[in-house]
Design a protein around this ligand. Structure first.
Ligand SMILES: [Zn+2]
Length: 393
């Protein structure tokens, strides 16, 4: 395969911007960056009027085989799964390993919840097979050891149910703490689902590394940002799915809809709930994003793709728009979808445009640093140096 030269292109490297430079890709890696890189024999991709970004990372999805293809087609080259049925996961991992125009992934595998707790109700919807749960904190070590044996890359813990579910059982604070401790014993991150402020704060105080959603039952008060910042906890706001919880599903432009299939479009256009549950509002979470960022809390872009109201890949572009509307600069939102998740999840080979990094890249028309919606104007997506044309930017 000849080297690839992105010529005279604006580069967002995961942190900052170079208005105009060139990027040489060779052997699946970024080989050189600069105005005069050696480019003899390279295939040249013109960069004028375009922006080159690290491949996008969605830090909260639930993967399916189609989701792996759809994600990639929208520039999401790595998806971080936050609960998967082991059988589905095996198929998805095999597909990702074959290469081609599909995302790479990491996965929590089975998440930890109480017997009958969220998301056990989804078994009845046919989304998962039955899965093991925890009845007592003392079961945490064996639960986590079983996930490690299955190949989980990190631990997902459900510290609350979801609004509108009535009285579904959930893990006690002691069980959450025991799970976090067991995850850390194995060197795994513990990423916690909590949709109310009280459960989220309890999980953070128990040592959770990250929150898989922002809580949205009330404005959290200033101690929330201070506590998360002091403990260096990351948050994945998932404003996209919180909107869906409040009756607002996603939507696709005609050109975007053509990338998805009928099932994905049906999921995208169906809200998680017809209206917000009593007392809940997505705006509480959105209102927290800027204060958290100001306090120094690491914000990661994630969507809960796979859930009603979302679509793999496409929804990450909506999330970026929602994060900017919530007060992040476009540059901060793009870091939240590239360098920041790579760093927090230990993916040292990606998330930045730097020499030696994996050549997972996205080329878009226009400048997403001034207009975040430009990320939707995809021209091409590169996986390990292989270029796939995806649109007409
Ligand atoms: Zn989820």
């Amino acid at each position: 395969m000849p080297p690839l030269l992105f010529h005279d292109v604006r580069v967002f490297d995961g942190h900052g911007v170079r208005p105009r430079t060139s990027v040489l890709v060779d052997g699946g890696r970024i080989a050189a960056i600069g105005d005069h890189v050696p480019a003899a024999g390279a295939d040249v991709v013109p960069g004028a009027g375009r922006t080159l970004l690290p491949g996008l990372i969605d830090a909260h999805v639930h993967l399916t085989l189609p989701g792996l293809r759809h994600g990639f087609a929208f520039g999401v080259t790595t998806q971080l799964d936050m609960f998967a049925d082991p059988l589905v996961l095996r198929a998805v991992r095999a597909e990702a390993a074959r290469g081609g125009p599909v995302s790479d992934l990491r996965s929590a595998g089975i998440g930890a919840t109480a017997p009958g707790g969220h998301p056990a109700q989804l078994v009845h919807h046919g989304l998962f097979g039955p899965f093991p749960t925890l009845a007592a904190p003392s079961e945490a070590p064996s639960f986590v050891a079983a996930r490690v044996a299955e190949g989980s890359d990190y631990l997902k813990v459900f510290a609350s149910s979801v609004p509108g579910e009535g009285h579904r059982p959930s893990l006690t604070a002691d069980a959450v703490a025991a799970l976090v401790a067991a995850a850390h014993e194995h060197g795994l991150l513990a990423v916690v689902h909590a949709t109310d402020v009280r459960s989220a704060l309890a999980a953070v105080r128990a040592g959770a590394d990250g929150l898989a959603h922002l809580p949205f039952d009330r404005p959290p008060g200033p101690e929330f940002a201070a506590e998360l910042a002091a403990r260096d906890v990351f948050v994945v706001p998932t404003l996209t799915v919180l909107e869906s919880f409040c009756g607002r599903p996603g939507a696709a432009e005609p050109a975007e809809a053509r990338v998805l299939d009928a099932a994905a479009l049906a999921t995208l256009s169906t809200p998680m709930a017809p209206a917000a549950a009593d007392g809940y509002a997505a705006g509480y979470a959105a209102g927290m994003v800027a204060p958290l960022a100001r306090a120094g809390v690491c914000v990661l872009a994630g969507t809960d793709a796979g859930a009603p109201g979302t679509a793999h890949g496409l929804s990450l572009h909506r999330e970026l728009g929602l994060l900017v509307a919530a007060g992040l600069t476009p540059q901060a939102a793009l870091t939240a979808a590239t360098a920041a998740p790579a760093r927090r999840f230990g993916l040292a080979d990606r998330g930045e445009i730097a020499v030696g990094k994996r050549a997972d890249l996205v080329l878009v028309a226009g400048d997403p640093l001034t207009d975040i919606h430009a990320t939707r104007r995809l021209v091409a997506v590169c996986r390990e140096g292989v270029l796939h044309e995806v649109g007409a930017g």
